[in-house]
Design a protein. Structure first.
Length: 558
């Protein structure tokens, strides 16, 4: 408790000299590299609030190992679509022709580990009134890192999404289905040979369906933004374990005058989990988060409250109420640099779907409970060092009255249980990030972070990294040849052995690269290299990943 008070005191000292707030969604620092640009043709350049408009077809890349996360997001170990870019230009300049749009894009390929790959995206032609996209993706491996087909895996996904643009509203909706088939393979080959295991007990499959609808305000004539969204998610595995999740979300923001603005978030989520042993368990998470912001010259401060109600199984279904303060400030040090600070708390939503997405090798009887982050303090500095070089450095302290970890089951070490620290756990995180964007021909970003954990009920912060580093880049080599690469490193991951001892997993080194050569506007070939170093590292204890992988194939636009 003394340690917690000390951290709170340090963070408040940073914030006392200034008493102003930022909007609920912090704006990027002046000069920071934007993810997207908006382009409107007028007699002069004008700044407009974000409006929903056409976006590119959904793209699901090749599934592969990715860094662990601890309530923060590392760069994915797969390349993603570039951000939508529109150019701002004076009216006197000539119109730039739009790139030719193809309504159907496809990729088919094959790789080692007996791995077929297919991706198809289909979309309507350009329209100011509506858009419709659909996708299909399949990737599987007939062989895996342990005893070939005993560690095989496959993912198939299909979905459709659309938007309809009204005068002052945008209606959007999407529906998705994913099937994930895999095996429990966290046993060594000697165990398989000496005590053969019934393969039927190792086969796992997840079926996930989601549906979402949203209505967003896009009226540029007022200073109010509103969005209402409704979603459902249904998960079921082959062991008759299922979860139905319903979510209702309302987001409101309004500028009251030149100085004051208000932001409010309402979120209602219900969960219903069923299994053959524990029966049915229902829970609900309700959140209301109003925040008032005040801006004066270079200072912006905000103040509000985050009120949350929940009834998790660990509380025996009893409803608990949490009230967390929200205090923050932004200070513009110069046109290129800004300081930010934030104090808040939250109940972090945890669903069974999230658990299986992070770790599919769970015991079939795990029960989801939310994490309770009763204090979070952040200080950071953002800006740009050069015209195209942005940076961000920060320190984040989090204290949890309840937090979950993945730990190997004592009786079956190939499966994982969820264990909780409810005596008080904390995370100290120092991180830095650089982003360099030259133009569409070259960009690179890098992240480095150090995490220090303290626990009470658990010996270690199981399966959480101490050190992280990642680099990703996209570039054009020649006119018809593009490339990309990603690298991530994790170290300090702790796990518990069957004997109850603590072990540190080997350092994770994962380098991936890809090339795509286009022969014409429509046709091309691609090749993806994954885990180039060929290391069978483990993100989770007893689960080595596949070694060096390569997939090549054809791409075509219709």
């Amino acid at each position: 408790m003394n340690s917690l008070k000390l951290h709170i005191a340090i963070l408040i000292l940073f914030m006392v000299p200034v008493t102003l707030v930022a909007q609920e969604k912090w704006e990027k620092p002046p000069g920071g590299i934007e993810n997207a640009q908006v382009v409107i043709e007028k007699d002069k350049v004008i700044k407009l609030r974000p409006v929903s408009r056409r976006f590119k077809a959904i793209n699901i890349e090749i599934p592969q190992a990715k860094p662990l996360s601890f309530n923060y997001q590392l760069a994915e170990a797969v390349d993603s679509l570039p951000s939508l870019q529109v150019i701002v230009r004076p009216k006197t300049m000539r119109d730039q022709p739009l790139d030719k749009f193809y309504s159907l894009n496809g990729k088919i390929g094959y790789g080692n580990y007996q791995s077929p790959y297919a991706l198809f995206n289909a979309g309507t032609k350009r329209s100011d009134e509506y858009m419709l996209n659909a996708y299909f993706n399949h990737y599987s491996s007939g062989k895996g890192p342990v005893l070939d087909d005993f560690s095989s895996e496959g993912v198939t996904a299909i979905g459709i999404s659309g938007k309809y643009f009204l005068n002052n509203l945008t209606f959007s909706s999407n529906a998705n289905y994913k099937h994930h088939g895999y095996n429990i393979y966290g046993y060594n080959e000697i165990e398989y040979a000496n005590a053969p295991i019934d393969r039927a007990t190792l086969e796992q499959s997840l079926n996930i369906f989601s549906f979402n609808v949203a209505l967003a305000d896009n009226n540029l004539k007022d200073d109010t933004d509103q969005k209402l969204a409704l979603g459902i998610n249904y998960l079921k595995n082959n062991h008759e374990v299922s979860e139905f999740m319903f979510d209702l979300n309302y987001d409101f923001s309004s500028k009251l005058n030149d100085d004051f603005s208000i932001d409010a978030l309402f979120d209602l989520t219900t969960f219903s989990q069923n299994d053959t042993v524990g029966g049915s368990a229902s829970r609900m998470l309700l959140q209301l988060r109003p925040v008032v912001s005040y801006q004066l010259d270079k200072f912006t401060v905000k103040a509000g409250v985050n009120a949350v109600s929940q009834n998790d199984p660990l509380e025996m279904g009893e409803r608990k109420y949490h009230f967390f303060p929200v205090l923050g400030l932004n200070y513009e040090l110069s046109s290129d640099h800004q300081f930010r600070a934030l104090i808040e708390g939250n109940v972090e939503k945890v669903s069974l779907n999230r658990l299986y997405d992070e770790n599919p090798y769970l015991d079939s009887l795990v029960q989801a409970n939310n994490n309770i982050n009763n204090f979070s303090g952040l200080i950071g500095l953002d800006g740009k060092l050069l015209n195209n070089l942005g940076y961000s450095v920060s320190y984040n302290y989090k204290h949890y009255s309840r937090i979950m970890f993945y730990q190997n089951d004592v009786l079956d070490t190939a499966r994982f249980d969820i264990v909780y620290d409810q005596g008080g756990a904390s995370v100290n995180r120092f991180s830095g990030k650089l982003d360099y964007l030259l133009n569409d021909n070259f960009n690179i970003s890098g992240l480095i972070a150090y995490n220090a954990y303290t626990t009470t009920d658990q010996v270690e912060a199981w399966h959480m990294p101490t050190f992280e580093a990642s680099i990703s880049s996209d570039f054009k080599i020649i006119n018809n040849l593009r490339g990309h690469l990603t690298y991530f490193l994790l170290s300090g991951i702790k796990a518990q052995t069957a004997a109850g001892l603590t072990k540190t997993l080997d350092i994770v080194n994962d380098f991936n690269a890809g090339l795509e050569l286009t022969f014409t506007e429509r046709a091309g070939i691609f090749v993806e290299f994954m885990n180039v170093f060929g290391s069978n590292y483990q993100l989770y204890n007893n689960y080595p990943v596949k070694g060096f992988q390569v997939i090549g194939g054809l791409s075509y636009k219709f």
